[in-house]
Design a binder for this molecule. Structure first.
Ligand SMILES: [Zn+2]
Length: 123
């Protein structure tokens, strides 16, 4: 484990702040959606664009939900002192990478490998 207790504490603070920011954003979205539902749109064009907006919002919410789940998992890893350890090879994830993307579970080498494997599968 290359990270100090202080660094772990900082990451935990950062993650929980991020999480509550996301949750606040979600409540806002939910509120907007509720308001839209209360408005009647007799014009089919408005109706269509409203649907698109809602799909867009749902996609964002879906992504936020997944991100919150990742944040939760990262916080569990901090508690279990597994944070900063690569899930695939067990090596250390660089602190720079963790700072840029604290929810990551793979070191840069494994991530690159995974991306290459995914690309190969698609081709
Ligand atoms: Zn790795």
């Amino acid at each position: 484990m290359a990270l100090t207790k202080k660094q772990l504490g900082d990451f935990e603070k950062q993650l929980s702040q991020w999480r509550s920011d996301l949750e606040e954003g979600q409540t806002e979205n939910m509120h907007t959606m509720h308001e839209q539902e209360q408005n009647a749109f007799p014009d089919p064009t408005d109706q269509a664009s409203m649907e698109t907006d809602r799909n867009f919002e749902l996609r964002i919410k879906d992504r936020e939900r997944k991100l919150i789940k990742k944040i939760d998992q990262a916080m569990i890893r901090i508690r279990d002192e597994e944070f900063g350890m690569c899930e695939s090879c067990g090596g250390d994830i660089s602190i720079k990478r963790l700072q840029a993307r604290p929810v990551t579970t793979l070191c840069i080498d494994c991530k690159t490998e995974q991306e290459q494997a995914e690309r190969t599968r698609r081709d």
